[in-house]
Design a protein around this ligand. Structure first.
Ligand code: GLA
Length: 743
């Protein structure tokens, strides 16, 4: 065969081979070069903690330390923790498809179907913002041009570090974020005991403890709204020891997000723990257009050398200063109409309740559910939500009349709304069926006879803001709004998002926050309570707009000891609304003494929620004394340092105290939860947080019959902490409250 013929034959064969096979022959793997960088250690520091990020010469960034200050960060330049090389050590922000096979913080799907991301250090900067030191570490994937900023905000005095990420699509085509966590934190300890908060309606913030074992533990919510019913996005982690209030390295964490969340604790083969926290990726493969960025919510961390008590105090101090709307400011005592009147009231009922509230020394009256809906009157939870016009049949004189009456009696006035929701039986549902969260062709499931408005829709955001705006306009004497949210999302879907349903869960909450931002821009001074069938939206995402939360619909003082103890681990007492209600308790049927109910509620923001007319003269007199004495020490509840002395989960007593920052004043709450041996009558409460050298005069509050042998006497801080004192309470549901003042 001649050469010409052979060449022709090869050319003919090549022409019939599939294009792919020909390409495969020429396949070469080209590697994009990653520029080497100078090794360094980046230190994020507070007064008593240090977080260290090591950058190796390839530009890989790893968290190598979070805990006590260790001196010169450069010591960690060549630090290698004992991680298992087969598994790999997580980056400071591990990405799917990179060097690490564990729980990733970031998972991106690119337009060509590839799902690998590898992030490398390109630089970092440090700035000061709002009293925080902000360190931003810039990372880049050199193949896809995806960029991530890891932002660490150090609150020095509070020993709190906030972490979040900003993800930017530097490529030319849209990408999909399949996981986009706020933060990842690697820890190394001999054991990890997790305390987290489980619960349901009327049963919030139930602390549960578990020793983490290998593999992954998830705390997650997929409820859309009511994100904290089920699990709260917060936890306490005891490192190398069981939970302790006073001893041992302890971390507390909380995600500032009011929607679906996921916090994963992955204990790996090397006994290292990687905590990845952020918005839950459930049904949220978030599309990110070219050039756009996504900012994740803040993950709040604190570390304490001395147990959970100090960790909580750090969070509380930080929350009062940075995280709660007007945090630490005293909110008024109040009478709420709900358990006293429910839906059955008229103007006369309300005026009499206002008279009673004023007579008992309360400072505000709050008109709860039931005041609105004209064509579909809100006389039960079956109708009216969405129709926010006054029910003039019920209150013909108007809201302004009632609010002005309250003011004339020296009380502030508050009102209830639930602006995110709609009853099918309402004008709103008929006028705007496209505003309702729904899935095409499927029944829109009801819960508490209501549907959810689609806050991812800007028109709905305007409506929801309008509900607040118009309600407040009903009277210039409205000082307080209770914002409720009584159901979770089911059959999720937004008629306005079309094919981009992946954005729904995220944009609902962004929509909520944008309404809250407008609310605060216009109404900075109105006190707004965040309620969600009780405490189903208790998180640091919502608190930045709200002054307080309705801790639980469960007003039974016995249940409240556990709910309030759990809440106090992460959230400050200034947000914790606690009401004295009638007995038998409407949720549990329990009967407890009025003094016990007052003493439990007085450790938060005190209120009442009952029909005062049903109290006896003697009970009214006790209520009067309790409210008066509360006003004398409540600045400690709102702004003091909390010390939990005994847990209702662990024993027969519950006790806590708040100490003023200068340690000159304190208030101590002691509760006996179960009957003790009457002949012993002894339980010494050992106080904490006092100055050992100072002498404190001890005065009992809320007295019905004084029970403590030392009332009015003075003792040193050393005696009260070392010896302790015994208020002699030994019967179930008895209690004592003491104020300590230096002489
Ligand atoms: C929710 C709240 C209650 C009360 C009712 C009114 O359950 O948690 O406090 O406001 O709604 O319907």
């Amino acid at each position: 065969m001649k050469l010409k013929t052979i060449v022709l034959a090869i050319a003919m064969i090549a022409a019939v081979l599939p294009a792919q096979a020909r390409k495969a022959k020429k396949f070469t793997h080209e590697t994009v070069a990653i520029p080497e960088v100078e090794r360094k250690v980046i230190a994020v520091e507070t007064a008593r903690t240090q977080l260290l990020l090591q950058v190796d010469k390839k530009g890989v960034v790893r968290t190598v330390h979070y805990g006590a200050p260790t001196g010169d960060p450069a010591q960690f330049l060549s630090y290698r923790s004992g991680y298992n090389h087969n598994f790999g050590a997580p980056d400071a922000y591990p990405a799917a498809g990179g060097r690490f096979n564990g729980q990733e913080a970031l998972h991106v799907a690119y337009p060509d179907g590839n799902q690998n991301t590898e992030l490398y250090y390109t630089g970092h900067d440090v700035a000061s913002r709002d009293g925080k030191q902000v360190t931003t570490v810039h990372l880049k994937d050199y193949v896809t041009a995806l960029e991530v900023d890891l932002v660490y905000e150090a609150c020095r005095d509070e020993d709190v570090i906030l972490m979040h990420s900003v993800i930017r699509n530097g490529g030319k085509k849209p990408v999909q974020l399949r996981n986009f966590a706020s933060a990842s934190l690697r820890l190394e300890a001999d054991s990890y005991e997790l305390t987290h908060f489980h619960g349901g309606w009327a049963d919030e913030m139930q602390a549960e403890r578990t020793l983490l074992t290998h593999d992954t533990k998830l705390l997650e919510s997929r409820r859309g709204t009511q994100n904290t019913q089920g699990n709260n996005p917060s936890f306490v982690l005891s490192l190398g020891h069981p939970f302790s209030e006073t001893d041992g390295p302890t971390i507390a964490g909380a995600l500032a997000w009011s929607g679906n969340f996921r916090i994963s604790f992955e204990l790996d083969q090397s006994n290292q723990l990687n905590i990845v926290s952020g918005i839950s990726p459930f049904a949220s493969a978030y599309p990110l257009a070219a050039g756009k960025s996504f900012t994740t919510p803040e993950m709040v961390y604190t570390w304490s050398a001395d147990g959970a008590g100090e960790a909580s105090r750090n969070l509380h101090r930080w929350a009062r200063k940075y995280a709660v709307w007007k945090g630490g400011e005293v909110n008024p005592t109040l009478l709420n109409s709900w358990e006293g009147a429910y839906f059955s009231f008229n103007t006369e009922t309300l005026l009499r309740m206002i008279d009673d509230a004023a007579a008992m020394g309360l400072e505000m009256f709050v008109l709860d559910d039931g005041w609105f809906g004209l064509e579909h009157p809100r006389n039960s939870d079956k109708a009216g939500l969405g129709d926010w016009e006054l029910n003039t049949n019920k209150l013909p004189e108007g809201i302004d009349y009632v609010a002005s009456y309250a003011h004339s009696k020296g009380l502030k006035f508050g009102i209830w709304i639930e602006p995110e929701m709609v009853n099918p039986d309402s004008n709103l549902a008929q006028a705007h069926p496209d505003w309702i969260v729904q899935s095409p062709g499927r029944e829109i499931h009801q819960s508490r006879n209501q549907w959810i408005l689609d806050l991812s829709n800007p028109a709905v955001q305007d409506f929801v803001f309008g509900v607040f705006d118009r309600t407040v306009a009903l009277s210039k004497n409205i000082d307080y709004v209770k914002w409720d949210c009584n159901r979770r999302v089911m059959s999720f879907g937004s008629p306005c998002l079309g094919e981009q349903q992946d954005r729904f869960f995220v944009e609902y909450i962004q929509g909520l926050y944008s309404v809250c931002e407008r609310m605060r821009a216009k109404y900075p001074d109105i006190i707004v309570q965040c309620c969600s069938a009780g405490g189903s939206r208790v998180d640091y995402g919502s608190m930045r707009w709200f002054n307080e939360v309705w801790t639980s619909d469960n007003t039974d003082a016995i249940s409240r000891t556990r709910i309030q103890w759990g809440t106090s681990l992460v959230y400050p007492a200034c947000v914790m609304a606690a009401h004295v209600s009638a007995v038998p308790n409407h949720q549990t049927g329990n009967v407890t003494p009025l003094k016990f109910r007052f003493d439990v509620a007085s450790s938060g923001r005190l209120g009442m929620e009952l029909q005062p007319r049903n109290l006896t003269e003697e009970e009214r007199a006790l209520a009067d004394r309790c409210i008066r004495s509360y006003k004398g020490y409540r600045d400690l509840v709102f702004g003091g340092d909390l010390y939990r002395l005994a847990s209702p989960y662990d024993g027969d007593y519950y006790s806590l105290m708040y100490v003023s920052p200068d340690k000159r004043r304190a208030v101590v709450f002691c509760y006996c939860l179960r009957m003790q041996n009457p002949s012993a009558r002894s339980h010494a409460f050992r106080l904490q947080g006092l100055d050992p050298a100072l002498k404190y005069r001890v005065a009992e509050q809320n007295v019905d019959k004084s029970c403590w042998w030392g009332n009015g006497n003075s003792y040193t801080g050393a005696f009260l902490s070392g010896g302790g004192f015994n208020p002699g309470i030994y019967k179930a549901n008895t209690s004592a409250v003491f104020v300590l003042e230096t002489e």
